[in-house]
Write a protein that binds this ligand. Structure first.
Ligand SMILES: [Zn+2]
Ligand SMILES: [Zn+2]
Length: 367
């Protein structure tokens, strides 16, 4: 048994050292120290700055991993660079440490694995810890994130947090330069890009699912206005409720851009800027169990069915290990004015709800 740590005290400590993704040196040192004091087997430097703690029970059972992210966000305020915990990842680490202190000595079956993941905001942290083999023995992966007051009320917990798939796309176009008085001798990339954006807007996708696909940047032409431009590009921000829908959207966007450019006698090349951030693919049974666990632990009035999130690199876990069962809760902490806002603040007293739910849930499998 370890002494039960106070989640608000942990949060106050961690809140003082906001660090950017893959630079969470002080944060990971603090976390590793606390975990060692509790008597956990601790590995540091996982996926560069991540920390993993493990506790095995005497009997056979599943390996349940609970994951918290560690990094803060960069801001420029009055011309000054600042790093701020505006997404609440300090509170996630505080919850996971408080969870760790309550589970120590209570694991009878299987394995408890606690992952403090670096670089979530860079969307490269999950992939980086996966490369270091963190998932190899894991059967169930659980995540948690605080929710703003605009999503769910302070003091409630959502049984599942819906994240969509997202990606940035760049489409480069090639035409042919000519004098603007001889447009028939050129292939105009400004017109080509305009047509690409217009045709992409006519693409059709499953109306039962939510999605958005919009051009967010166009650059074409040089200083001279009397030249038919021969090069340019546009960028898209694409989001989809499911991973198959994202695949469909990207295939259609590429085909539409290529055929539109070809109709002008030009060429369009589409590339993805990084990996597609996957949409959530939760295990229905686990989500149901989580929902029951919230109602049992906190009372049915504190249970919310779902909350909506943006992108989350947690979902690379399921993509990279399809046999994995995942669930993810949203902890209502009255965060305001909203996540990723430099003035984001919340009610840390509500973090204990996330702690209680995760402890109760983990003990169902490992206790
Ligand atoms: Zn964030
Ligand atoms: Zn976040």
């Amino acid at each position: 048994m370890a002494q039960e740590l106070d989640v608000v005290e942990l949060y106050n400590d961690l809140h003082k050292t906001p660090e950017l993704g893959f630079q969470e040196f002080k944060t990971s040192a603090y976390i590793a120290q606390k975990l060692k004091e509790m008597g956990y087997e601790v590995t540091t430097g996982v996926g560069k700055t991540g920390v993993v703690a493990v506790e095995k029970g005497g009997e056979k059972g599943p390996c349940v991993m609970i994951r918290a992210d560690m990094d803060a966000l960069p801001f420029k305020i009055n011309g000054e660079d600042k790093v701020i915990h505006a997404c609440g990842h300090d509170s996630h680490c505080a919850m996971l440490l408080a969870i760790a202190s309550r589970l120590k000595g209570k694991i009878k079956r299987g394995t408890l694995k606690l992952l403090f993941q670096p670089g979530e905001e860079t969307l490269k942290g999950a992939l980086s810890v996966i490369e270091d083999g963190v998932l190899d023995d894991v059967d169930i992966a659980l995540g948690l994130h605080i929710r703003p007051s605009s999503d769910i009320p302070d003091g409630t917990v959502a049984a599942t947090l819906m994240h969509s798939a997202s990606i940035f796309v760049r489409i480069d176009v090639e035409g042919l330069a000519s004098h603007a008085s001889r447009p028939h001798l050129g292939v105009n990339c400004a017109e080509m890009l305009a047509a690409i954006v217009q045709n992409a807007g006519l693409l059709k996708f499953a109306p039962t699912l939510t999605w958005s696909m919009k051009c967010t940047k166009i650059e074409v032409g040089g200083a001279a206005v009397n030249v038919i431009p021969d090069k340019g590009y546009c960028m898209y921000d694409v989001r989809a409720e499911t991973n198959p829908l994202m695949k469909d959207m990207l295939e259609k966007l590429e085909r539409s851009a290529q055929s539109t450019a070809a109709a002008f006698g030009g060429k369009a090349t589409m590339k993805l800027l990084g990996d597609v951030i996957p949409a959530c693919e939760y295990d229905d049974e686990l989500v149901k169990e989580m929902s029951d666990c919230i109602a049992e632990t906190l009372g049915a009035d504190k249970l919310r069915a779902t909350s909506i999130g943006g992108g989350e690199d947690f979902h690379f876990f399921k993509i990279k290990k399809p046999s994995l069962r995942t669930a993810y809760i949203g902890v209502g902490t009255g965060a305001t004015p909203g996540l990723h806002h430099p003035d984001m603040h919340m009610n840390p007293a509500s973090l204990i709800n996330g702690v209680k739910v995760m402890v109760a849930f983990a003990l169902k499998y490992l206790g």
